[in-house]
Design a protein around this ligand. Structure first.
Ligand SMILES: C[S@@+](CC[C@H](N)C(=O)[O-])C[C@H]1O[C@@H](n2cnc3c(N)ncnc32)[C@H](O)[C@@H]1O
Length: 237
């Protein structure tokens, strides 16, 4: 069974990320998907915020891969609100290293997922993704150079009103060494300031340097395409 690091985050996810990378990606991704007509594989579709965008911007059939049961439940329920999208999206309930689609796809989209893979898993990931992509197909993901994280105290990262309650996300870096960063996230619901629910997750993420990323992708047979700041487009020649 998949270890679900995202379960505690699910009720907070859309509230917090609508405040973060999702609006940026809504601006940057569509021009990178023009000409994609037939098929897209989305890796780590989460609650479907990006799936919805891909479905709106392309007429393609979509494979939305998401291993977390909690995140995937929101994704399927989001799709269910629009029957035509529901018919077009196949939800794959496992991790990226296990994917094997029926026919190679025109494009692979992976938004805010790369950090889940350590260096060894990334090498396998690029090989698996290269196998899913047709010749000339594109791999699109978001990536940016990050300042070296520094371990520190727990800080509130966002707070959102839901009826009479406040949904609060707090986080802190516990350890940082090389590309490996261990962070603690605390998800709280407050009623009149008093905590009535609290869940905690400790996550290990991996943030490779650009140099490292380029050498891994080239070793897997990808070549770079122009992309706006914050996004990466790589093709299989
Ligand atoms: C930060 S969320 C991003 C979700 C969505 N792409 C978005 O931008 O809203 C990271 C997602 O990656 C998924 N994930 C973690 N490990 C994964 C793996 N090995 N294969 C595929 N997805 C994975 C998580 O379950 C989570 O839904």
């Amino acid at each position: 069974m998949h270890k679900d690091d995202y379960a505690a985050a699910v009720p907070f996810y859309d509230l917090w990320h609508e405040d973060g990378h999702v609006p940026t990606v809504r601006g940057l991704l569509p021009p990178l998907l023009t000409e994609v007509r037939r098929s897209v594989l989305e890796i780590g579709a989460g609650t479907g915020l990006i799936t919805e965008l891909i479905a709106r911007e392309t007429p393609a059939e979509i494979y939305a891969l998401e291993p977390s049961l909690g995140m995937r439940s929101v994704l399927v329920n989001r799709l269910a609100s629009d029957p035509s999208t529901l018919r077009r999206v196949t939800v794959l309930p496992y991790g990226a290293l296990d994917v094997e689609v029926d026919e190679p796809v025109e494009a692979i989209v992976m938004i805010s997922v790369l950090q889940s893979f350590d260096a060894e898993e990334r090498a396998a990931l690029w090989r698996v993704l290269a196998r899913q992509l047709e010749r000339g197909g594109r791999l699109v993901f978001n990536w940016r150079e990050r300042a070296e994280p520094v371990p520190g105290d727990l800080e509130v990262l966002g707070s959102y009103q839901v009826g009479r309650h406040a949904y609060e996300v707090a986080g802190q870096v516990l350890e940082a060494e090389g590309e490996r960063v261990v962070s603690r996230f605390v998800y709280r619901i407050r009623q009149h300031g008093v905590v009535i629910s609290e869940d905690e997750v400790v996550l290990t993420n991996h943030w490779p340097t650009r140099e490292r990323l380029v050498s891994e992708l080239e070793a897997a047979g990808f070549t770079p395409d122009p992309a706006p700041d914050g996004m990466e487009v790589w093709r299989l020649p």
